[in-house]
Design a protein around this ligand. Structure first.
Ligand code: PMP
Length: 360
């Protein structure tokens, strides 16, 4: 078996132990003679697994019953629309624009015709940093941020103060990667697609503070209401059952790694190793400003586009995939999601050293 070293930005790799467990249970889940995807989402077997997965997420993040934990569909893109549909109450929605994905969320706010304001932006500097000050206002209907900017490789080190307004966090690309204090950060909605740190594409974890559920406007269709799914424990329609099962396996693996604290420490070590290589070299240049660097997506380039291309093709020969930068930014990107091991990053850094020696 030849497993690649997977630095893809998402969907991305899962730990081999998780895949093996899924494989072992594929034909016969817990000796019951079926795969979990083959049974009703309203049956006991699925229900138990589903509720266990939710309980594990509550424990991991330290979330109490003030929040609804839901598994929805439609990806991050659905949340760009669902957030204003469910939280806007005729005042003003405030956004911090730190990259491609917050920009898309802002576009949907515009399409929906709500009153919104972009209070901070790093667009003029090609989104290479997270603004130091994000002047959110206490009376905003909600304050929106993207926790980790997958394309440009920047990340909030801590969340901005909303002075009491609900904070909305797109955590698609740093879900389950570090601790988050929901209460201290006044989080109203926190969501992320599973396909990077949580499991396969097709499930979006959406956590909503329950006091916000009644804000929804009368003209929002049933299935787009958070309240509908919160009251139905995500079973208002058929949920992505197999994806939820995979998340459940990933959650066990995260716990084996020491929970979010253990995972964060490991992620920081991995990122430090790679950024140190970039910093010690005149050949590689990082895109993100030092204080805004993402622990998850490391964006960098060599001195020439041609060399970037060569870097990608040479790395593929060495069994590494996913190192081509996003088409919007170009260059190179190494995504160091939870399932990327420290050893994998060492191999990448050795490769970078050798590439620089040959072509630098
Ligand atoms: N937000 C962020 C930060 C992302 O990285 C992505 C996808 N890479 C999205 C939103 C959109 O997610 P989806 O493709 O699941 O709609």
């Amino acid at each position: 078996m030849n497993r690649v070293l997977n630095f893809s930005a998402g969907p991305s790799g899962l730990d081999i132990s998780v895949l093996k467990r899924a494989q072992a249970e594929f034909l016969d889940y817990h000796g019951l003679g079926f795969n979990i995807m083959e049974v009703s989402h309203r049956g006991k077997v699925f229900e138990e697994m589903h509720n266990n997965a939710i309980a594990k997420i509550r424990r991991l993040y330290g979330i109490d019953d003030d929040y609804a934990v839901m598994f929805l569909q439609g990806g991050g893109h659905m949340q760009f629309a669902q957030v204003p549909m469910n939280l806007y109450i005729g005042g003003v929605a405030e956004y911090a624009n730190t990259g491609v994905w917050s920009n898309k969320a802002i576009k949907d706010a515009k399409i929906l015709g709500i009153n919104y304001r972009v209070v901070a932006s790093s667009e003029a500097d090609n989104f290479c940093y997270i603004p130091d000050e994000i002047p959110f206002n206490a009376n905003a209907d909600y304050c929106y941020i993207c926790s980790n900017n997958t394309v440009h490789g920047t990340q909030y080190k801590s969340y901005p103060d909303t002075h009491g307004a609900p904070l909305v966090v797109d955590a698609s690309s740093d879900l389950f990667s570090r601790e988050v204090d929901f209460k201290a950060n006044n989080i109203g909605v926190f969501w992320g697609g599973a396909q990077k740190n949580g499991g396969p594409a097709g499930v979006t974890l959406v956590i909503v503070r329950k006091d916000l559920l009644d804000r929804v406007a009368d003209n929002v269709p049933t299935i787009l209401r958070y309240k509908t799914q919160a009251e139905a424990n995500s079973l208002a329609n058929t949920p992505p059952t197999f994806g939820i099962y995979m998340i459940d396996l990933v959650l066990d693996w995260i716990n084996e790694k020491g929970g979010l604290e253990g995972i964060r420490e490991l992620n920081e070590k991995k990122a430090h190793l790679l950024y140190s290589k970039i910093d010690e070299s005149d050949f590689y240049t990082g895109h993100a400003r030092f204080d805004s660097r993402s622990v998850m997506n490391v964006t960098f380039n060599t001195p020439a586009d041609e060399l970037d291309k060569l870097f990608v093709s040479e790395s593929e020969k060495e069994n590494m995939i996913g190192l081509k930068g996003h088409r919007i930014l170009g260059g190179l990107r190494a995504s160091l999601y939870n399932a990327v091991s420290l050893e994998n990053v060492r191999v990448l850094v050795d490769f970078m050293r050798e590439f620089e020696r040959k072509f630098g």
